[in-house]
Design a protein around this ligand. Sequence first.
Ligand code: 5RP
Length: 228
Amino acid sequence: MKTTGGSDEQKRRAGERAAEAVEDGDVVGLGTGSTAAYAIRALGRAVDDGLDVVGIPTSFDSRQLAREVGVPVRSLEAIEGIDLAIDGADQFDSQLAAIKGGGAAHAREKVVAAAADRLVLVVDPSKSAATLTRSVPLEVLPDARPAVERDVADLGGASTLRRAERKDGPVVTDNGNLVLDCDFGPIDDPGRLASSLASVPGVVEHGLFVGLADAAYVGTDDGVEVRT
Ligand code: 5RP
């Protein structure tokens, strides 16, 4: 999986600190990406030491990893609520609005985040921004791609179809859809753009997470900074 940003040590600190916030008996949303993976591995070690948790994976990759490290998993449809979701981000601002979807998993990540009592972002300092500027990933129904590209242009964005790094062809999500990375330049009002994108027919989910995160655990070179 493509990873972005800071060092592995920074990511490890953030992920492991978030795993420490998990309590016995919790149902935990398991995010996707290299930073969330550190949290999943730490949870696996905690399960070995007797912690009783159930993980709700946000992607094929996070399910595989959870199984490998011994975190019991269930699907979202099988549970009534999530105590804590732990997930990475590609960029976040001081209000904890975030852009996600670097791993093309943002549709399920958002459903899990919204079902959780708390969402903790696990990030490194390179993800922090005064204003969100990164491209916003849209998971799009394949047939709807040209229409969505036109609607994105009407909203002032430029779309690029995400291509697979090691294969000749587009990235296909766990849900069988395509990903458009949409550049809107600096996003002055993430909430307004989120509402606009949510109303575009054919967009299964966009990667703007506004009003969902409760805290960001920022792994640094010598510790973890908690932002709320
Ligand atoms: C996947 C995501 C990831 O959480 C995001 O891309 C951050 O990944 P990483 O921790 O590897 O930098 O949104 O869809």
